[in-house]
Design a protein around this ligand. Structure first.
Ligand code: DG2
Length: 247
């Protein structure tokens, strides 16, 4: 007996479009991103997938995506749980910087270390920065854990408890679960689910607005690796994410 888990990275954001490191900065979807979210919901409906509950991050781009996708799937009414533990990886002092300029300034090795290494966080973001979330009231409940930067390992450490304590119980009560989150928070979850090594996760990229579907066993392991509803389009879009900043 398995239950269905649907992972969905938000649609294109304003800062994805501008090629800026985003992390915890709360940017909105572009028109293209809103279209991607609507299409994701249409794809779910066409595949006969009906989410019973929704889990989102606290960031507007994931929340907007969920609302648009659920609207087009006619499932806007389902219960919602939101958590900072699904937030994007905090990108530290890179938040707000242009990806292409950062690549040119620091070179490819350092750039990719910051983007895709497992355990090297970017430099910490000063609380006085305009891109800091130090005074954002939505995180008042997590003082003590409010990050100034994170590597993928840090994201796994804060996300896996949420997977075990909030998402898995929903799956095990027979519900189809939709999770709308981010490129790196979903890479963290996919690494955990698929047992991907610290080295190999560097090569995994999650495209915007494309549902990735798992059948999950009662013990939280997937019956098989996750599958995109449109694998060809997902592979093309994932390759574009991998190349971000390089052209
Ligand atoms: C992107 C991921 O996060 O960027 O923080 O810039 O999924 O919220 O758009 P998202 C960001 P990369 O790690 O792929 O550069």
């Amino acid at each position: 007996m398995t239950n269905t888990l649907i992972l969905l990275r938000h649609g294109q954001s304003e800062w994805n479009q501008k090629n800026l490191f985003t992390g915890w900065v709360d940017v909105r979807l572009t028109e293209q991103g809103r279209g991607e979210a609507v299409r994701a919901g249409e794809q779910l409906a066409a595949a006969g997938l009906q989410p019973d509950v929704l889990h989102t991050s606290l960031l507007s781009r994931a929340i907007q995506t969920a609302n648009l996708a659920l609207d087009s799937a006619d499932r806007l009414w389902i219960p919602v749980t939101r958590s900072w533990r699904l937030n994007e990886r905090h990108y530290g002092a890179l938040q707000g910087l242009d990806k292409a300029e950062t690549l040119a300034k620091y070179g490819e090795e350092q750039f990719m270390e910051w983007r895709r290494s497992f355990d090297t966080p970017p430099p910490a973001l000063d609380d006085a920065s305009e891109w800091s979330q130090a005074n954002d009231p939505r995180y008042d409940g997590i003082d003590g854990e409010r990050p100034q930067t994170e590597c993928l390992k840090d994201v796994i450490d804060r996300l896996v408890p949420y997977w075990e304590q909030s998402i898995l119980p929903d799956l095990n009560s027979g519900k189809t679960v939709l999770v709308t989150a981010h490129g790196n928070s979903l890479r963290a979850l996919v690494k955990h689910l698929d047992g991907i090594s610290d080295a190999d996760i560097a090569g995994v990229n999650i495209p915007t607005g494309m549902p990735l579907v798992y059948q999950i066993n009662a013990d939280g392991t997937p019956a098989a690796p996750g599958e995109y509803l449109d694998p060809e389009a997902a592979a093309t879009a994932a390759a574009a994410v991998a190349a971000q900043g390089k052209h």
